[in-house]
Ligand binder design. Sequence first.
Ligand SMILES: [Zn+2]
Length: 50
Amino acid sequence: MTTDPVCGMRVDDNSSQHQAQYGGQTYSFCSQQCKNEFEQNPEQYARSAA
Ligand SMILES: [Zn+2]
């Protein structure tokens, strides 16, 4: 399990169909909407997750 950096929801990173790579890391999201949000402002979310 990992955490969706946008909404904070727990996501199964093995089965998530919504993933994005940023800064050498793979992020998993609960929905396409959260993925879109992340991609619009990846720095903000990648920082808050780290
Ligand atoms: Zn989410």
